[in-house]
Ligand binder design. Structure first.
Ligand SMILES: NC(=O)c1ccc[n+]([C@@H]2O[C@H](COP(=O)([O-])OP(=O)(O)OC[C@H]3O[C@@H](n4cnc5c(N)ncnc54)[C@H](O)[C@@H]3O)[C@@H](O)[C@H]2O)c1
Length: 243
């Protein structure tokens, strides 16, 4: 199950899992977006369910439906997320801060709550944090706070379910070449998409953005037996930005 599955990283991850032979449920807000996204993946491998991750009932219903469709839930990727705005703490709108915390933190908590209840030994929960779940910068207080909070959720849940043979890890992607990131860069730098993108790439040791497919491969790794002794870990996929 992948939340935010109609988005850039979520859909790339769905494709990567289907390629590995998995059956995938993508979850997102809007039915039309989900239908369009699902149409771009092997029809046999993907189903979709509209749900708002800030609603416990809706996340629970999505998990129950995945169980009905697939018989079991092996992997959950808490990926739905929003950025908020670029503003210093002193000017940051309270309602935007609350919404970012609701989607990114409560949303991931609710997936953990409902998915870990039904997972069995061998299960893997992956929580999509960010490079700014480990570092931060000016004017991104809501986003960075929410992404740091996910490390606490991941570590706590990892200890709670380790005895059942279930693993919980966090992923920390750096700037990825998609609309979500470019919108942030344009707002932060105040220049065109191309110019702000270049300014960000100058800060990244590998001097480029990630592709969504590169992030998806790290999710597949954390879901697979290749990472069988990893739990409670932060996997950084940021081109060296956090060095
Ligand atoms: N793009 C980057 O550079 C980058 C870097 C680090 C981390 N991330 C994280 O990766 C995740 C995916 O981001 P993306 O880059 O694919 O952006 P995206 O905007 O393409 O995808 C996010 C998806 O989450 C969905 N969503 C938002 N609120 C929701 C809600 N309440 N319920 C259900 N779905 C909801 C959106 O509809 C969207 O499809 C986010 O958590 C983001 O913070 C992105």
């Amino acid at each position: 199950m992948i939340t935010g599955g109609a988005g850039s990283i979520g859909l790339a991850t769905a494709r990567a899992f289907v390629t590995e032979g998995a059956k995938v449920m993508i979850v997102d807000l809007n039915e039309d977006d989900l239908a369009r996204a699902a149409a771009g993946v092997d029809a046999e491998g993907v189903v979709w369910k509209a749900a708002d991750v800030t609603s416990s009932d809706q996340v629970d219903a999505a998990v129950r439906e995945a169980l009905e469709q697939f018989g079991r839930l092996d992997v959950a990727f808490a990926n739905a997320g929003i950025f908020g705005v670029v503003a210093p703490v002193t000017d940051y709108p309270v309602d935007v801060f609350e919404r970012v915390m609701a989607v990114n933190v409560l949303g991931s908590f609710l997936l953990a709550k409902h998915a870990l209840r039904v997972m069995e030994s061998g299960g893997s929960l992956i929580i999509n944090s960010s490079v700014v779940g480990l570092t931060s910068d000016r004017a991104i207080s809501a986003y960075a706070t929410s992404k740091h909070a996910l490390v606490g959720l991941m570590r706590t849940a990892a200890k709670e379910v380790a005895g059942k043979g279930i693993r919980v890890n966090a992923l920390h992607p750096g700037p990825t070449d998609n609309d979500f990131q470019h919108a942030i860069e344009i707002e932060a730098i105040g220049a065109s998409r191309e110019e702000s993108s270049k300014a960000f790439e100058q800060m990244i040791p590998l001097a480029r953005h990630a592709t969504s497919e590169e992030i998806a491969q790290a999710v597949v790794f954390l879901a697979s037996d290749e990472s069988s002794f990893m739990t409670g870990a932060s996997l950084v996929v940021d081109g060296g930005l956090s060095i």
